[in-house]
Design a protein around this ligand. Structure first.
Ligand code: NAP
Ligand code: FE
Length: 366
């Protein structure tokens, strides 16, 4: 009998006009909201208007922070917190991709603990956040169902997760917001979700609940594979990708991510490679390295692929190659990766620096 330890307390609603239909859900969280979003996309895709209309309807006042950059920095998190503290915000609605929602979670901790500094985000795991409501507009990170917040730390020159676990109270999912997502971002983000499903399925922390979710997510992704190849992103495809991404969040909420995510952070920090692409290009070599042949075979089966070469071709056709990284670079990133104990322990076998170097070397055009 497998040991089960599963916790994912977020209420998830996926529906047309979900924000407007469920505006009453905001009430228990207070009467001063802080909206945290990116620079422009939430205006273009209508999600910001839906949220402000819903808050107006409920008589909840709000402030808007709309300057979260991709891979949000700790400086941005501090700026959000400054606004939230001065306005006495009771809760945050994060709208956008993973960047604004992650920034909202970290800022929520600083708002709830007014004397806390950015360093407490990495050394005070018992600090709580004010409530977070997530309105995702990408289908990739699954942050709406994970307790993680990944921030860019310019002092340490890397991205890493804060130590508090912050599940959003509610995730409000509406596929209509995804219809504005450019092709490239759609592909990069969907491959992020695929990485979560694969890394979560192979994680040392996986159990029968997370495996059942991962298998469902992989199957949904497999059903979209041909349409993704054709870049034919219909409403139905996007709906499946949104479900797969949210399910993938539920998987990694339990099992965490492992080597591809840990190794991808350096590619994003130093080479500006988008998060999904940074993990995705490492996936084939990572799967070649994994010893659990049964699970690797099952992943390919669910994705409707014959073998790992087909997976590699799919990913390279979708993401292109990376040729901006040198051998010296990957030596230094491998040193960094073998000191990342959190990610290493999620891989079910011993990982050496040489293993990491080989995965980088086989994945990139050096
Ligand atoms: P993102 O960085 O949030 O956004 C990427 C781009 O997409 C931005 O230019 C954004 O524009 C645009 N965009 C977002 N929604 C759009 C829409 N519906 N239509 C048109 N454009 C849209 O991308 P992401 O891949 O979702 O998030 C990546 C971040 O999440 C990384 O920092 C990663 O480390 C983190 N992550 C977190 C978790 C977790 O569990 N917490 C898991 C995996 C990854 P605007 O800036 O104008 O909004
Ligand atoms: Fe990710």
């Amino acid at each position: 009998m497998d040991f089960i330890n599963y916790h994912m307390p977020t209420k998830i609603l996926l529906d047309e006009d979900v924000v407007l239909k469920n505006s009453n859900l905001f009430h228990p969280y207070g009467d001063i909201a802080l909206i945290v979003t990116g620079k422009t996309s939430s205006i273009k895709n209508g999600s910001l208007k839906d949220v402000t209309n819903a808050l107006d309807k409920e008589g909840i006042v709000y402030d808007i922070f709309n300057d979260v950059e991709e891979n949000p920095s700790l400086e941005t998190v501090e700026n959000i917190a400054k606004l939230g503290k001065s306005q006495k915000s009771n809760f945050i609605i994060g709208i956008g991709g993973g960047s604004p929602i992650d920034a909202a979670k970290a800022a929520g901790v600083l708002i709830n603990n007014p004397d806390a500094t950015r360093y407490n985000l990495f050394n005070s795991p018992h600090f709580k956040s004010i409530p977070i409501i997530a309105v995702p507009t990408t289908a990739g990170t699954g942050t709406e169902t994970t307790p993680y917040s990944i921030v860019t730390d310019n002092e340490l020159q890397t991205k890493h997760g804060i130590c508090q676990r912050i599940f959003p109270e509610i995730a409000l999912l509406d596929v209509k917001y995804l219809m504005f997502l450019p092709e490239k971002i759609t592909i990069n983000t969907s491959i992020d979700a695929l990485s979560h499903l694969i890394e979560g399925y192979l994680s040392s922390k996986a159990n029968i609940v997370s495996d059942a979710l991962a298998e469902k997510g992989l199957k949904l992704f497999g059903e979209c594979l041909n349409m993704i190849k054709e870049k034919d992103f219909t409403f139905i495809v996007r709906e499946k990708l949104m479900s797969a991404s949210t399910i993938a969040g539920m998987v990694i909420a339990q099992s965490g991510t492992s080597l591809p995510h840990g190794m991808g952070y350096a590619l994003t920090y130093f080479h500006n490679i988008p998060h999904g692409k940074a993990n995705g290009i490492l996936l084939k070599s990572y799967l070649e390295f994994c010893e659990d042949e049964n699970k690797v075979r099952k992943i390919l089966y669910l994705l409707t692929l014959e073998n790992l070469d087909e997976l590699g071709d799919f990913i390279n056709n979708m993401l292109g190659y990376v040729d901006s990284v040198s051998f010296n670079d990957i030596c230094s990133y491998s040193d960094q990766m073998v000191s990342n104990k959190d990610k290493l322990k999620n891989h079910p076998a011993l990982v050496t620096r040489e293993d990491v170097l080989k995965i980088y070397n086989d994945s990139l055009k050096i």
